[in-house]
Design a protein around this ligand. Sequence first.
Ligand code: 5GP
Ligand code: SF4
Ligand code: MG
Length: 465
Amino acid sequence: CGIFGVIGVTDASNFVALGLHALQHRGQEAGGIVSHDAEHGFNSARRFGYVRDNFTSQSLMQTLPGPLAIGHVRYSTAGSKGAQIRDVQPFFGEFSMGGAAIAHNGNITNADALRRELIERGSIFQSSSDSECIIHLMARSLQRNIPERMEDALRRVEGAFSVVAMTRSKLIGVRDPLGVRPLVLGKVADGWVLSSETCALDIIGAEYVREIEPGEMVVISAEHGVESLRPFRPQKSRFCIFEHVYFSRPDSIIGNRSVYETRRQIGVELAREAPVDADLVCPVPDSGTPAAIGFAHESGIPYGMGIVRNQYMGRTFIEPTEQIRNMGVRLKLNVNRALIKGKRVILVDDSVVRGTTSRKIKEMILDAGAAEVHFRIASPPTAWPCFYGVDTPQREKLLAATMTEEQMRDHLQVDSLRFVSLDGLYRAVGEVEGRNPKQPQYCDACFSGDYPVEPSDQIKKGFKL
Ligand code: 5GP
Ligand code: SF4
Ligand code: MG
């Protein structure tokens, strides 16, 4: 999901709408905005579909006045698939000291247990979302102000969370102690911005200030500016390495590194680790493009657009059902026959999950008359599900969970299939020594099975580490 908040500007909701539009790649199912001003109090609008189709209407935006607003774009991981509007964030709660709205990116790994406990003690849940636990935990806290109630609540929550929240007069941002999901601080005119990614600062002309640090909470108000708190026990950070591979936009900056440059460098690593004699390097657009550029550059093999993407389709995997996902590949991608015919083609993609995309693309490329098809994948085999906010399917559905690299190659019926190594990926994100196995610098659980936070709800449901 994508989260965004602004304080200290006229009509903050307009800025939030633009920010969410720039974060649309993080969630396409639905979006919501909550705003506050002194005269009208809190207002909210939550809608299915793209930001640009909802939050551009003057009549809607006029209902969201005020100098303070937050928003969320949703893609369902936890909670019910086939979304319902009650699952769309931000969530709102009314407390004795006033209201608060929260927008959450990530996944709470003990949400089932918390929900059961809260329901037993009288909480009335409105949604099926894991994020709603935070509001109920805040309601039960005995602290006298909202930021302290939020601290109380978040200390009980396990897993991955970046949160943007607001009260009547404050904008609040928090990252979990491992800093699994991103969150950055920006400055616009006299106001402040919180955003999942820097690309959404650019769209409103905000200046990048810094990242919210793992385990940090910032409370921003007109009177006191940005106050930084440390509600959690310090831990070594474990940022999601897959944000670098796929999830973030290539024009964002993470940890002072350009996401584009990292992806290009993964392609360089791949070309060194798994060279192959061929005529053409083609990206599977758009997610494979920077790595393909790096691969072509390093190998000296010409780069070409062998597959062309229809720009009017969204990301295939952020479609909730398998059937839609299956259709999605053909609706979105087509082969450039004139370029492919007779050539030995290297296809570069960011990841193989179920193998659906790769299988269809291989068929299309062979139908177009390619002489050979070689897959090069810019991440290690995805063999484990993510429980921290990226929607990977159950373990059984992951190709790499049941097959070796050889078996996957045979299954996809391609001439060769190679994945970048975990160390190669770490080198590409700037860890020259590769992965430190004693103390991994990132979360890489979907590749390694090394889960930095025990997925306790899943284990109770029978998931085996
Ligand atoms: P597959 O078709 O192998 O299931 O999915 C791989 C394609 O989906 C890749 O082209 C990739 O861009 C995209 N994708 C990337 N990350 C994920 C993820 O976490 N889950 C899913 N289902 N697809 C992803
Ligand atoms: Fe990111 Fe993978 Fe860890 Fe999930 S399991 S947080 S996708 S690295
Ligand atoms: Mg893709």
